[in-house]
Ligand binder design. Structure first.
Ligand code: PAF
Length: 272
């Protein structure tokens, strides 16, 4: 299908919003019975161009596209931003429709009151974000597996910005033999270089300038010869307005996190 036609299909398509778990299960059972290729884009809403890149890619590759919108409580620590996490349902639905989603799966709650089963990855989730956010990946992996079971996607789309999340989900899929192909989509950056994130909307104008400098220094480090980790660590420690969380080289990706005010920013770049 040509791009223009595809965009038009997205615009005119009658997107369905499903909030009940049983209705989602019924829908995915029907698709599976007909052997249709289903793409899932799991999100927590507050959608931006980074999410839209995932949805558009799924639209190009799959017969059915489901975007899940669910702010998953189990991946937030007690002192984290669960209650103030940005929620913009009307705008999210409009963006999903424009990007060509067939279904938005937006359950009110995915956990029964006596839910007591969690999935824990015990290697890749250690260190980096896992160290700063204890329990975070246990919540992510659990909800992602629940979504996979409910939607039964052929392909699932994740952004490279959450590098450790990608690694942990990849490991869970491998270890638990989950029949899904993961598609990892490159980071989308704003014009000033900052990696798109729903949490960027917490930043004040002054904090935004710190975020720009964080992205610049990370990219400069990834281009440097020598020891990019030591260089970036030094540069970020010196960056006014930022508090260094970590810098690490994982495979060929230089990964870093800083706190800017109360907001924690993560980013990564392939080393050249
Ligand atoms: O990346 C996110 O937005 C979330 O961690 C995910 C994968 C939707 C699980 O809640």
């Amino acid at each position: 299908m040509g791009l223009a036609v595809q965009a038009l299909t997205g615009l005119v398509s009658d997107m369905q919003v499903i909030s009940s778990i049983t209705a989602m299960e019924r829908q995915s059972k029907g698709w599976a019975a007909r052997g249709e290729k289903v793409g899932l884009v799991p999100t927590m809403g507050a959608l931006h161009e980074g999410h839209l890149a995932l949805i558009r890619r799924a639209r190009r590759e799959c017969r059915r596209v489901v975007v899940s919108i669910y702010v998953n409580p189990t991946q937030f620590g007690p002192k984290e931003d669960f209650s103030r996490y940005p929620r913009s349902r009307r705008q999210d639905l409009a963006l999903c429709r424009q990007a060509g989603a067939d279904v938005v799966f937006a359950p009110g709650n995915l956990y029964l009151p006596d839910h007591s089963t969690f999935v824990e990855e015990e290697q890749v989730s250690l260190g980096r974000d896992g160290a700063s956010r204890p329990g975070h990946f246990r919540g992510v992996v659990t909800v992602v597996l629940k979504l996979f079971n409910l939607v039964r996607p052929t392909r699932a789309y994740f952004g490279q910005k959450d590098a450790q999340q990608v690694d942990v989900i990849r490991r869970m899929v491998r270890d638990l033999n989950v029949p899904v192909k993961l598609v990892i989509v490159p980071i989308v950056r704003d014009r000033d270089g900052v990696a798109l994130s729903s949490r960027n909307r917490y930043l004040s104008p002054e904090e935004r300038t710190v975020a720009v400098e964080f992205a610049r220094r990370l990219q400069a480090a990834a281009r440097r010869k020598g020891d990019p980790v030591a260089w970036l660590r030094r540069e970020l420690k010196r960056l006014p307005g930022a508090r260094l969380d970590y810098v690490e080289l994982t495979g060929d990706r230089l990964c870093a996190a800083v706190f800017v005010g109360k907001t924690r920013l993560i980013d990564n770049e392939r080393v050249k």
